[in-house]
Write a protein that binds this ligand. Structure first.
Ligand code: 2AM
Ligand code: CA
Length: 263
């Protein structure tokens, strides 16, 4: 299927998944823990991933799916067309707040991001992009990021990374917080990437994200000139967990070089 036809198909698929999620608010959720007691998964995370996969298998039999809940394919290389899907990004928010979560999807061809989607289901804000054609929130085009400086920046960071942790020196994170205008923490990597793309955040940093958390958002954020890498400045990892920063290009390297030291 041609890229623009696929874009239309995916938009309607994601809207349908959004309806399923909204309808689920009237029924009781089944919540389980995964890797630790605070890493949650619900019956809806699984149902929504299965919903996507059944459609993709039926209508795009040659494509592979990299999904958080594991109903897709085992992905160890980026050859061909891969759908990178997080059915609910921000599951803790979904469970506790019934808002501040999103469906996140990126479609990659041989490792190149072609289509990107982040759907803030509850607020009905749909961020989307076709590679090379600009990024949108609903029908509104997102503007190219304007030059800024660190002292005027708002940075998305989880407070966990300002406490002693095994990944980075937290003293440097404290300095970062002191040197920027403000910090925010939304609890959904996909939404925070959408906010970098729409200029509401100037940077978003996280020590540990998975490909499905960032795949859709990277396609969107790059359309407005945001830079996305791991903490070593290498291209963001689409095959496994890694550190991640997406930022306005005027502060990306300054944050990496001046404030982030891996242990
Ligand atoms: P998730 O809700 O889909 O698990 C929370 O700060 C953000 O980090 C969310 O986007 C969450 O995605 C993501 N995340 C990725 N790996 C995680 C993990 N192992 N534990 C908790 N959150 C994780
Ligand atoms: Ca998820």
């Amino acid at each position: 299927m041609e890229l623009h036809a696929m874009d239309l198909y995916i938009k309607s698929l994601i809207k349908e998944a959004g309806h399923l999620i909204r309808n689920s608010f009237v029924t009781e959720l089944v919540v389980e823990a995964k890797s630790n007691v605070n890493d949650l998964v619900t019956n809806m995370d699984k149902e929504i991933e299965k919903f996507f996969i059944s459609r993709i298998r039926r209508d795009f039999p040659g494509h592979r799916v990299f999904g958080e809940e594991g109903f897709g394919d085992v992905i160890e290389d980026l050859a061909g067309t891969i759908w990178m899907l997080d059915p609910i990004d921000g599951t803790m928010n979904f469970v506790h707040q019934k808002s501040n979560f999103a469906i996140s999807l990126g479609v990659y061809e041989d490792g190149v991001g072609k289509l990107g989607y982040i759907y803030d289901v509850v607020n009905d804000n749909f961020y989307h992009a076709v590679h090379g054609e600009g990024a949108y929130c609903n029908d509104e085009r997102l503007m190219p990021l304007e030059e800024t400086s660190l002292d005027k920046s708002i940075v998305g960071i989880n407070a966990t990374w300002v406490t002693p942790n095994k990944y980075i020196r937290h003293e440097d994170s404290i300095r970062l917080i002191q040197d920027v205008r403000g910090t925010r923490s939304y609890g959904s990597a996909a939404l925070e990437l959408a906010f970098v793309a729409s200029g509401r955040l100037d940077a978003y940093v996280s020590m540990r994200l998975s490909p499905w958390d960032i795949a859709g958002g990277m396609v969107i954020a790059r359309e407005v000139g945001a830079v996305a890498t791991n903490f070593k400045g290498e291209p963001a990892n689409l095959l496994g967990q890694d550190s991640f920063i997406a930022a306005n290009p005027s502060v990306h390297s300054q944050i990496l070089n001046g404030y982030i030291n891996l242990k």
